[in-house]
Design a protein around this ligand. Structure first.
Ligand SMILES: [Zn+2]
Length: 116
């Protein structure tokens, strides 16, 4: 994850405060992964830094090929706002899909560097 963030130059993301977890048994139809932020009130209340967890749904994520997996991770990373404040951007955010296409095209240049 650290390397992906660096290679994509997502410099506003603190890789120290991102984790990826696999979950099993999700009943969500069509969901391969989701990102969870840490709300500001929880950060303040518990004295924690802004953090994110990307949850991949094992049954749906594992069968994907490398390129598909990285695209899923990129998509989830793009939900992180540039202030890295703990919130999560919606798909309806202006330019979300354009940004996604931009980063997906960057992936073509670096895909061979990754092993998943
Ligand atoms: Zn999404």
């Amino acid at each position: 994850m650290v390397r992906l963030i660096r290679d994509l130059e997502l410099n506003y993301i603190n890789p120290e405060n991102i984790r990826v977890v696999r979950s099993k048994g999700s009943h969500s139809v069509g969901t391969v992964a989701r990102i969870h932020g840490l709300p500001k009130c929880v950060q303040v209340g518990l004295g924690l830094e802004p953090s994110y967890v990307i949850e991949v749904i094992d049954e749906k994520f594992s069968p994907l090929n490398k390129k598909q997996k990285i695209r899923v991770l990129i998509h989830e990373l793009l939900h992180i706002p540039s202030n890295f404040g703990g919130g999560v951007l919606a798909h309806s955010r202006k330019n979300f899909l354009k940004l996604e296409e931009l980063y997906f095209s960057k992936l073509e240049d670096i895909l061979d560097l990754y092993q998943l």
